[in-house]
Write a protein that binds this ligand. Sequence first.
Ligand code: CUA
Length: 317
Amino acid sequence: MSEGLTLLPPAASAAARGTDVLYLTLVGFSGLIAGIFIALIVIFSYRYRQNARINRDNPPSHARGLEAAWTIAPLLVFLSLFAWAARDYVLQTRAPADAMQVFVVARQWMWKVEHPNGRREINELHIPINTPIKLVMTSQDVIHSFFVPAFRNKRDVVPGRYSTLWFQADRAGEYLLLCAEYCGTDHSEMKGRIVAMEPEDYARWEERGVSHPGLAQRGYALFRRHGCMGCHAAASTVHAPELSGLPGRRVHFSDGRTIVADDTYMRDSMIEPQKDIVAGYDAIMPSFKNQLNEEEILAIIEYIRSLGSDQLMGERP
Ligand code: CUA
């Protein structure tokens, strides 16, 4: 983590090494083509300089074959590079379904991390290697950007919505975590470290520090404290949408739109409940905008997720 000036930061995932190969190939081809141009300029400047004794009769006005070749060959090369990069981009954007989910809340100027079992850390993220990790991130104030050079991966962290980033480290070690979006005075100090550990070490680490209940449990406590039960409990007399099995379910709105419920939808439903009214229900839910902070919202979402699909009421997409 404290190496000196290097050409490239360490690469700690297969995706990072893939990105390096792509990058170096692109640099290589660009260099090759620039080199050809420079060489031709030098050669022609010398060969056709003034007073050079050279036959200048009947210069050819065009050479179709040559022109086609120098147009089509680079085109094919760079289109192939585009296809390659697009494939890598898609692979690095879509997290595998079995990825371990970790929550990140950014604020001026720190990274707050919460593991599924409730273990929390600040400016540090411990992860097991050879395990896909999916970060679900949001910001409490301004736009930040979660950047781990060793994974060649970066994603903006934006207030008011969730962004995700995934990676799979395959080398144990410590790697720099940076904020890559100017976010105020101490932007340059908003850094931390990723500690990639062998899975057994990680399991021990995770066990060691649990000092508070898990996220879902805290979400349940908040759910009760804020009176959500009054309407959303199954036995309630108030007519409110059923929440068990909600994540991933298709939701129909009163204005005819439908969406698949994701974290952002659940967050919006707490902050701006009047925005999307579920078909068949009255717009009676109050906003919890100033009553819940981002970590509490994440906890409630995690609680709703923990309700699972075993008591599934609605249709699945
Ligand atoms: Cu946070 Cu820059």
